[in-house]
Design a protein around this ligand. Structure first.
Ligand SMILES: O=P(O)(O)O[C@H]1O[C@H](CO)[C@@H](O)[C@H]1O
Ligand SMILES: O=c1cc[nH]c(=O)[nH]1
Length: 234
């Protein structure tokens, strides 16, 4: 057990999927895992372990924002020796050709700041995905026929953004979407020699202003879960 995770050491699998929303973790575990059981309820940040195609998998909520994800990813890596961490998140679309419900595989992520900022100081470290996971996720997405984009995303510290000028520059430089956790996940994976990827579903759009309701964000993003599972065990 750790400060934020109530599971015993063997209760967490070497592969963990991490949605921000703990109820998405519950839905994904109930929908895609066999023999699943709840392994964490501390602070309501639900986690479940079960099997997918015979492979042990944990699905653990990360909460919203990099400070929250950083707590869970640090403990999963350092206390439970997790090797593969795949974020399954929602994001805002930032390009006209990226549609609602499309999947984005985050090859790199730009950010103003992360909980790792203090380490890098003046260095602009470039957090990137594990290539093997990225390539396998792309294959899985193609096989499913899901509209999928691979490229850079923006990991923001705020949902309610006050920097339209910055968004304009990111759109101009091809950033596909915005979310709030992947950069710190990639930083931690690089630091501890683990594999990480963010598989995202576009839930709203910064240009068209379309937006899906909360229930869809919690319960309808099955394609990204299956893509993440296929990539983890490719
Ligand atoms: O749907 P999740 O995984 O929580 O991800 C996105 O949604 C939240 C904001 O609504 C942030 O956590 C952002 O990264
Ligand atoms: O962080 C996020 C997640 C979804 N949609 C956004 O606009 N931002």
């Amino acid at each position: 057990m750790t400060i934020h995770i109530g599971a015993e050491k063997g209760d967490i699998a070497p592969t963990v999927l991490m949605p921000g929303d703990p109820y998405r973790a519950k839905w994904a575990a109930e929908t895609f895992l066999k023999d699943m059981r709840c392994i964490n309820q501390v602070r309501g940040m639900l986690g479940f372990t079960g099997t997918w195609n015979g492979h042990r998998v944990t699905i653990q909520g990360s909460g919203m924002g990099m400070p929250s994800l950083s707590i869970y990813a640090n403990e999963l890596i350092k206390d439970y020796d997790v090797q593969t961490l795949i974020r399954i998140g929602s994001c805002g679309g930032m390009q006209k050709h990226v549609g609602i419900r499309d999947v984005i595989l985050a090859m790199t992520t730009s950010t103003l700041s992360t909980p790792s900022r203090g380490i890098f100081k003046e260095l602009n470290f470039a957090p990137c995905a594990d290539y093997q996971l990225l390539s396998a996720a792309h294959d899985a997405a193609k096989a499913k026929g899901v509209p999928t984009h691979v490229g850079g995303i923006y990991s923001s510290d705020v949902f309610y953004d006050e920097r339209p000028d910055l968004n304009e520059q990111m759109i101009r430089h091809g950033i596909l979407g915005v979310e709030m956790e992947a950069a710190e996940l990639y930083n931690l994976a690089a630091r501890y020699g683990r594999r990480a990827l963010a598989v995202l579903t576009v839930s709203d759009h910064l240009i068209t202003h379309e937006a899906l309701p909360a229930e869809d964000r919690e319960r309808s993003f099955g394609d990204m879960v299956e893509i993440a599972l296929a990539a983890a065990f490719a």
